[in-house]
Design a protein around this ligand. Structure first.
Ligand SMILES: [Zn+2]
Ligand SMILES: [Zn+2]
Length: 152
C-alpha cells in the first residue's frame, strides 16, 4: 500500500473513533442499531407503564435527537407499535425487544439503556415516578428521586 493510502486509512479510523457511536441490539440479535453517544437526558423510570413494558423494576432510558439513531441491521423485521408517522415505539418483530420510542412529536427518541451494548457517557441522573415504583423494589443508590417527572 502506498504511504498516501495508509494515511487515508488512519484518517478514516480516527474519524470513526471520534464519532463515539454506541451499539445497541434486541434480545435475539435480529436487529442492531447505532446511536451517537450524545444522550441529552437519562433517567430511571419507575412508572407502571415502563415497568410493564420492560417487565422490570424500572426502565433506564436516554433521550436523543431521532436522526442520531440509525438501525444498522434487521430494519425489515422492525415492529411499529402505534402510528409510524406519529408517536410510536419500535420493537424487534422476532423477539419483541423494545428498541426505542418517539417523543416530542417525533423529533426525539428514548432508548432503553438495557438495549445498549456499549456504555453511554451519560448515566441516568435520577429516578423518576418513584411515587409509583414497585413496592418490592428498593432503590439503593444515592441518585435524586422524583415522585413524578423530574422537570415538573
Ligand atoms: Zn430480536
Ligand atoms: Zn415511565
Amino acid at each position: 500500500m502506498p504511504d498516501g493510502a495508509i494515511a487515508f486509512v488512519v484518517e478514516d479510523i480516527r474519524e470513526a473513533m471520534s464519532r463515539d457511536v454506541l451499539r445497541g441490539r434486541c434480545g435475539c440479535e435480529a436487529v442492531a442499531y447505532e446511536v451517537a453517544d450524545e444522550f441529552l437526558v437519562a433517567y430511571n423510570c419507575h412508572c407502571s407503564n415502563c415497568r410493564a413494558t420492560s417487565g422490570s423494576a424500572f426502565l433506564p432510558w436516554g433521550e436523543i435527537e431521532r436522526e442520531k439513531l440509525r438501525v444498522t441491521k434487521g430494519a425489515g423485521s422492525l415492529m411499529v407499535i402505534g402510528d409510524a408517522d406519529q408517536a410510536h415505539a419500535m420493537r424487534c418483530g422476532a423477539c419483541g425487544s423494545l428498541l426505542y420510542w418517539t417523543v416530542h412529536d417525533g423529533t426525539h427518541v428514548r432508548v432503553p439503556y438495557g438495549s445498549l451494548v456499549d456504555e453511554p457517557a451519560l448515566k441516568p441522573t435520577a429516578h423518576m415516578f418513584v411515587g409509583s415504583k414497585a413496592p418490592w423494589h428498593e432503590i439503593l443508590d444515592d441518585l435524586p428521586q422524583h415522585d413524578e417527572y423530574p422537570w415538573s
